[in-house]
Design a protein around this ligand. Structure first.
Ligand SMILES: *Cc1c(COP(=O)(O)O)cnc(C)c1O
Length: 584
């Protein structure tokens, strides 16, 4: 299994919540990747949520997180002998890592009263700061079997299952915060549309406070002042929509849904949770500049600002890199901008820190898989959700060419990882094809596909490879954050110009681009041209630099840390949220 993580926070203590009821911002997310032992996340969305809350803990911003508990997790990934993904329930016990709270609230689902409890987790910064996170759970004996099962799977089940989960999250979440006594909340931040039913609960509260049974336009304005929304998906099919009939069976909709607001979030017989969040938020943003531009077209005429994602540096920097920063940039954990001073760190120390992280990764990979990886070989990492638009096979488009580059210019080895959603057959087929190309790549290129990409494996990978590859189909990568994790570890990115990389790429300085910018592209996927560009750059620029001018390569590593680590971090991101969205 994974090596122990020296930064792991101590096990949760049965802590009274009292002292922390001062939260002013409630952050809602369907998934949160708060800890290696808590498998209630599938990928980037959950990591971003946790990193945001870590940054809040670090800057002592009064915040509380709200998410759902999934007793079977997302899933545990295994492969059969044919390289086909098999999903297993994750064996974990909330009791061991979370603290049960005694308060209960209820929501009405399809006429049934469903009881909800919360489990508490404290997420920590590297220092003293901590922020509470509530994991909502319907797994109580007083609920029916079907209602208990709402706390089993993340992104499992059908539309109705999903809608009921989102009622628990949005409506149950607000009720739980009230019940626990969070009386100072001023702002509700929805991380993606899954939680946007919370706006209906806030509307009802406003109306009730004024002694009305139905909300008015004044109530709507009051709710807008309290809500902020971050969209993450640049394709309309990626946004949750439910048939209006189904929604009306599950919950009571306010009369405005059929009145003045008909057509705003209920249209064509459906309710769109993204539109619902748009309608009731005073601030909306995309997660990178390009993503915001694309979203403005997709959701015209909504006003959509941009706050580019960031990662929590103390969580993602490897131990050797942290030691290097401690030597040369005292106070960097509290002041992420100061990471720019890494530009003056001695090159040998940057190289040594990376070598240590690389040794740790190669040792792990060889021990787990017997892949025979060599620590002296240029190692390319590719790890992310396995799905069509991420184009995981791009680097394998022309296997003979890749072998030639490796044979002539200097050896290459590849490490892949990533889960496909259980219903994403195309993603699973892509993984299978990658695994099956392993033999064809030999002997010039060693390749391995690692199972069970999670927080722990991500930490090893982003620090231990020499080059971080990302080849999405533009403009579909909203932001991407794994490349930022690589950057703070001195691992240059080699990526298609999309998401954050449009902002982070200075060619040959912080890494390298693949293919033209989206606006210079023709319609459709340009696989052949992108693949050619990828091979050309590997052959002519990257491999020669790595083997022929090691100091030059280390200089790119150092620049990636200083220029990109100091900006693409959660502390800068949270400051922007505070100024633009929370207390504007
Ligand atoms: C960071 C991270 C992601 C998201 O990475 P992208 O580059 O946005 O695809 C997904 N899964 C895990 C485990 C991560 O740590």
């Amino acid at each position: 299994m994974m090596p122990p993580n020296p930064d792991k926070p101590p096990a949760p203590i049965a802590d009274p919540l009292r002292e922390k009821l001062s939260a002013k911002v409630a952050y809602f997310s369907m998934e949160m990747a708060v800890d290696e032992e808590i498998p209630t996340y599938s990928g980037g969305l959950g990591v971003l949520a946790a990193d945001t809350l870590r940054a809040a803990a670090g800057s002592l911003l009064p915040m509380v997180g709200v998410t759902l508990l999934y007793r079977r997790g997302y899933f545990f990934q295994r492969f059969d002998a044919q390289g086909w993904q098999r999903e297993e329930a994750v064996a974990w016990s909330p009791e061991n890592v979370l603290c049960e709270l005694s308060e209960r609230v209820s929501v009405v689902l399809e006429g049934r009263t469903v009881q909800v409890r919360a489990w508490l987790f404290w997420i920590r910064d590297a220092g003293e700061g901590r922020v509470p996170i509530l994991f909502l759970d319907t797994g109580l004996p007083e609920n029916s079997e079907w209602d208990r099962a709402l706390s089993e799977f993340l992104y499992g089940g059908d539309n109705r299952y999903r809608l009921c989960q989102e009622v628990i999250l949005g409506i149950g979440g607000v009720r739980m915060l009230r019940k626990l006594g969070f009386e100072r909340l001023e702002l509700f931040h929805m991380n993606e549309g899954h939680s946007s039913l919370l706006t209906l609960e806030l509307l009802e509260e406003e109306a009730k406070r004024a002694g009305r049974t139905e909300p008015t336009s004044e109530d709507i304005e009051a709710v807008r002042r309290m809500c902020a929304f971050t969209t993450h998906t640049p394709v309309s099919a990626g946004h949750d929509r439910f048939p209006l009939d189904m929604v009306k069976k599950v919950i009571r909709l306010p009369a405005i849904a059929d009145g003045a607001y008909k057509g705003r979030f209920c249209c064509d017989g459906e309710i769109n949770l993204t539109h619902l969040a748009f309608e009731f938020s005073h601030y909306i943003n995309g997660v990178a500049k390009r993503h915001s531009e694309v979203s403005r077209v997709l959701f015209y005429p909504a006003t959509i600002d941009s706050i580019t994602n960031g990662i929590h540096l103390p969580y993602w920097a490897s131990r050797p890199m942290q030691d290097l920063f401690d030597r040369h940039i005292p106070g960097w954990r509290a002041d992420a901008f100061s990471v720019r001073y890494a530009i003056a760190a001695p090159l040998e120390e940057v190289q040594q820190a990376h070598e240590q992280s690389k040794a740790q990764l190669i040792q792990y990979v060889n021990r787990e898989t017997n892949a025979g990886m060599n620590p002296d070989v240029l190692t390319i990492g590719f790890a992310r959700r396995a799905t069509a638009y991420k184009r995981p096979e791009l680097i394998l488009t022309d296997i003979e060419r890749l072998k030639r580059i490796s044979g002539v210019k200097g050896p290459l080895q590849l490490i892949f990882a990533g889960k496909a959603h259980p219903q994403d057959e195309e993603g699973k087929r892509a993984i299978q094809r990658i695994m099956q190309s392993r033999i064809r790549l030999l002997p010039e290129v060693r390749m391995i596909y690692l199972a069970e990409y999670d927080l722990a494996l991500a930490r090893l990978l982003v620090a231990g490879v020499d080059l971080w590859l990302n080849t999405p189909q533009p403009p579909l990568e909203a932001s991407g954050t794994s490349g930022m994790k690589a950057a703070i570890n001195g691992v240059p990115n080699f990526s298609v110009l999309d998401g954050w990389w449009i902002e982070g790429c200075i060619e040959g300085v912080t890494g390298w681009s693949i293919g033209p910018d989206h606006y210079q592209r023709k319609e459709g996927s340009d696989v052949q041209r992108d693949a050619r560009d990828l091979y050309d750059k590997l052959e002519d620029v990257i491999v020669p630099l790595f083997y022929g001018d090691s100091e030059g390569y280390t200089r790119v590593m150092r620049q990636a840390i200083a220029l990109n680590g100091s900006f693409f971090n959660a502390q800068r991101m949270l400051q922007q949220y505070v100024l633009k969205a929370y207390f504007a």
